[in-house]
Design a protein. Structure first.
Length: 328
C-alpha cells in the first residue's frame, strides 16, 4: 500500500486539519469521533479512518449483521465469504481503476535479496523512505464486498433459470482518510447480490429498498431515500456520475450521523446493468448477458448511526431497539 499517502493533511481541502487531534481547530465542542473514542467504541491507531473496535461497538455491529441475515432469511442466498483481498487481475478486468483509481488499495511486499534487506534497514534507521523497495503483489484490497464473486461465478458457467442470490460480507478498503467517523478506510459491508435477468434484478432491488426502510424503522433511525452516484474520478467521471443518476442506477438510504454534515449513506441499492457480464462471461440460462445488482449494508455506518441516535450508553437505549439487535 502507498504508505506515503496515508496522511489526510496531504489531501486537498484538509490542509488545516490537525490529524493528531480529532478536535481540530474548526471544532468548538468535542466531535462525535472524539466522544466515540472517549467511550471506548472506536480505538484510534494514529491513521485517520483506521480504528480498532471496542466490545460494545462490536456487539452492536454483530447485532446489526444478524438483523440483515434475518431480513434476508427467505432469500435462501448462497453464502460466500472471501478474505478482504481480491486478485489484482480481477480488479484490473473489472475496470475499477478506470472509475475509482483514487480509492484503490494495492498490496506490496519486499521481494529483494539480503543486500536489499540491509539497504532497507539502513534507510529505516536514517528515517528515509524505504517504500520504493516494495513490489506489487498479485493481490489488492477488496473495495466492495461483492467484487470477488463476479469472476468466480462467471467461471461456474451459465446461471440457472431463476438466477442466483449471493450473500457476502467483507471488510473493504477505500483510500479516503477522513476525520468523519463514517468515512473509514477499512469498514464492513454486508450485501445481497442478485444475478439474473434485468427484471429479476430490478424486482430484487425494489424489494430490498423496502426492506431497508423497514429495517431502519425498526431501529428507530430517521432516514430518507435518494438517488445517488459513485465518486467517479476526473472530468470524464462527472459524465458517468451524471448518467448513473439520470438512469437511477444507485439509491442510498441516508441517516443523520455526523456533526453539522448532511445525512450519511448507510445502505445502497445498486443496479450494475450488464457491466460485470461485459467484463466477464456471466450468462443467463438462455445465453444472454446477465444483469446484476446488490443491496449493500454499511455495518459500521449503521452501528455509528445507532450510536448517534440512541447514545453511547447501551443500557439507556430503547428496550425495543436492543431486543431487535439480539438483546444487547
Ligand atoms: P459514499 O457515497 O459515502 O462514498 P457509497 O454510498 O458510495 O458511499 P457504496 O459504494 O454504495 O458506498 O458502499 C455500500 C455501503 O458501504 C455504503 O452505503 C456505506 O454504508 C458503506 N461505506 C461506503 N464507504 C464507506 C466508508 N468510507 N466508511 C464506512 N462505510 C462505508
Ligand atoms: Zn455490491
Amino acid at each position: 500500500m502507498e504508505a506515503s499517502l496515508d496522511n489526510a493533511s496531504e489531501l486537498p481541502g484538509t490542509e488545516n486539519v490537525d490529524t493528531a487531534d480529532p478536535r481540530g481547530a474548526s471544532y468548538t465542542t468535542p466531535t462525535f469521533l472524539q466522544s466515540l473514542i472517549d467511550a471506548g467504541m472506536l480505538i484510534p491507531t494514529g491513521v485517520d479512518g483506521i480504528y480498532g473496535r471496542g466490545g460494545a461497538y462490536e456487539a452492536i455491529a454483530e447485532g446489526m449483521n444478524a438483523l440483515v441475515t434475518q431480513a434476508g432469511a427467505d432469500q435462501h442466498a448462497e453464502l460466500m465469504r472471501f478474505p478482504p483481498t481480491t486478485p489484482r487481475k480481477d480488479l484490473e478486468d473489472s475496470e475499477y481503476l478506470k472509475s475509482f483509481p483514487q480509492l484503490a488499495g494495492t498490496v506490496h511486499s519486499f521481494c529483494g535479496n539480503e543486500r536489499d534487506h540491509f539497504r532497507l534497514l539502513a534507510r529505516l534507521d536514517e528515517g528515509e523512505d524505504w517504500t520504493d523497495q516494495q513490489q506489487p503483489t498479485r493481490v489488492v484490497l477488496t473495495p466492495a464486498a461483492c467484487y470477488p464473486i463476479y469472476p468466480v461465478i462467471a467461471r461456474q458457467g451459465p446461471l440457472p433459470p431463476a438466477g442466483r442470490v449471493v450473500d457476502v460480507f467483507s471488510y473493504c478498503f477505500r483510500h479516503e482518510p477522513s476525520l468523519e467517523p463514517t468515512r473509514m478506510q477499512m469498514f464492513r459491508m454486508r450485501e445481497y447480490v442478485r444475478l439474473g435477468s434485468a427484471e429479476q434484478v430490478m424486482a430484487f432491488r425494489q424489494m430490498w429498498i423496502e426492506r431497508g426502510r423497514a429495517l431502519a424503522d425498526e431501529l428507530d433511525l430517521p432516514h430518507t431515500l435518494d438517488v445517488a452516484n459513485d465518486p467517479f474520478f476526473g472530468r470524464g467521471g462527472k459524465l458517468v456520475a451524471d448518467n448513473q443518476r439520470e438512469l437511477k442506477l444507485k439509491f442510498e438510504l441516508l441517516i443523520p450521523v455526523n456533526d453539522g454534515a448532511p445525512p450519511t449513506a448507510c445502505m445502497s441499492f445498486n443496479y450494475h446493468v450488464d457491466h460485470f457480464s461485459t467484463v466477464w462471461t456471466l450468462r443467463t440460462s438462455d445465453g444472454e448477458k446477465a444483469h446484476t445488482g446488490c443491496a449493500a449494508f454499511g455495518i459500521d455506518r449503521l452501528t455509528l448511526a445507532l450510536l448517534r441516535r440512541h447514545g453511547l450508553e447501551l443500557a439507556r437505549w430503547p428496550r425495543r431497539v436492543r431486543a431487535v439487535l439480539g438483546n444487547l
